[in-house]
Design a protein around this ligand. Structure first.
Ligand code: FMN
Length: 327
């Protein structure tokens, strides 16, 4: 979970018998190397490294200006200068340089969101025997991933927190809930399927396995873990009644992702036609978020959460993993 955890949680989950994941989408190459070294010294168990593999869009000055105009009232309210908008926290797609760093560590599992990297890059990852996973949000995407080299497909249902992994179509009406999507993907593909979205406890795990899953991927239920880097504002929102209302929104990054509905989502979204393309929308949000958070407000923060935050517990990642494994 990019932005909400690092190697510490990955190590704890792997050591407890799960497959801990290191999210690499927001890491520089040197931070990626540092985090991989920490994992290497922290666990002998298998672990996963996760990358985004979107196309980096060309900067569109007109769209950027329209986005700045939409946000101008909030800049004014928070006494911020739009002239000082920087590059924002980027999300880099998997690259040859990232593959070089990976090769030093040869992680046993590598997963991707938003499709797969180029055939060349995928071949490099597979050259050390890594098992490759990627997210599918439709049966068509699962078949595409299987045909293009994914060893395991993640069926990401609409309940899931964070970014939707869709990559063949932007039509959100094609997307399904986990228990509709999972059996259809399990039937259509020959590769093992991992269920993701709304699974928060042992019963949820057992239900996913009964519907054909070979495993589960759980995000939201770990957001209050001691090892998570979830901010205190985000933690409070997850534990409040507000967490019962999530929506897909593109206002924070330019791509639909599920988060707890907050002021910015209500005011300019939750889905806006004005945002710059992913991930360029983040640049103009970053100053609003930082200023509001410094005042104790999550009005402009992405409060990523799946539809079921009810089981979020402030516990160790090992305890959360073992509770899930009972299913
Ligand atoms: C805070 C947060 C950040 C996430 N970041 C990523 C990510 O960096 N890469 C990725 O493949 N999936 C990411 N996801 C999606 C999860 O991998 C998974 O599909 C989802 O959490 C499953 O649904 P659940 O949140 O209901 O458990 C994220 C989810 C959350 C909640």
């Amino acid at each position: 979970m990019a932005g909400s955890q690092g190697s510490q949680m990955a190590i704890a989950v792997s050591n407890a018998g799960g497959l801990g994941s290191l999210p690499a989408a927001m890491l520089s190459l040197s931070d990626l190397r540092t985090e991989l070294a920490r994992i290497k010294s922290g666990t002998d168990r298998p672990y996963n490294v996760n990358f985004f593999c979107h196309e980096t869009p060309a900067f569109d000055a007109r769209r950027d200006a329209a986005w700045h105009q939409a946000l101008a009232p909030y800049y004014q309210e928070l006494a911020l200068d739009q002239g000082a908008i920087g590059a924002g926290p980027g999300r880099a797609p998997f690259s040859a340089e990232a593959a070089d760093v990976l090769e030093e560590f040869k992680p046993p599992v590598v997963s991707f969101h938003f499709g797969l990297p180029s055939a060349n890059l995928l071949a490099r990852v597979k050259s050390w025997g890594a098992t490759v996973l990627s997210s599918a949000t439709t049966v068509d995407e699962a078949l595409w991933l299987e045909a293009h080299g994914a060893d395991i497909v993640i069926a990401q249902g609409l309940e899931a927190g964070g970014h939707r992994g869709h990559f063949l179509s932007h039509d959100l009406s094609l997307q399904m809930g986990t228990f509709a999507l999972l059996p259809q993907i399990a039937k259509a593909t020959k590769v093992p399927v991992v269920a993701a979205g709304g699974i928060v406890d042992a019963q949820g795990v057992a239900a996913a396995l009964a519907l054909g899953a070979a495993g589960v991927q759980v995000g939201t239920a770990y957001l209050l873990a001691h090892e998570a880097t979830t901010s205190s504002i985000h933690r409070s929102a997850l534990q409040s009644e507000a967490a019962r209302h999530t929506a897909l929104t593109n206002v924070f990054t330019g791509r639909p992702a599920r988060g707890i509905v907050n002021r910015l989502m209500r005011a300019v979204g939750p889905l806006s036609a004005q945002t710059p393309e992913f991930p360029l929308a983040t640049a103009a949000i970053a100053p609003l978020r930082a200023k509001a958070e410094s005042l104790g407000s999550g009005d402009f923060s992405p409060l990523w959460s799946g539809q079921n935050a009810s089981a979020c517990r402030a516990a160790s990642a090992a305890d959360i993993t073992r509770a899930l494994m009972a299913g």
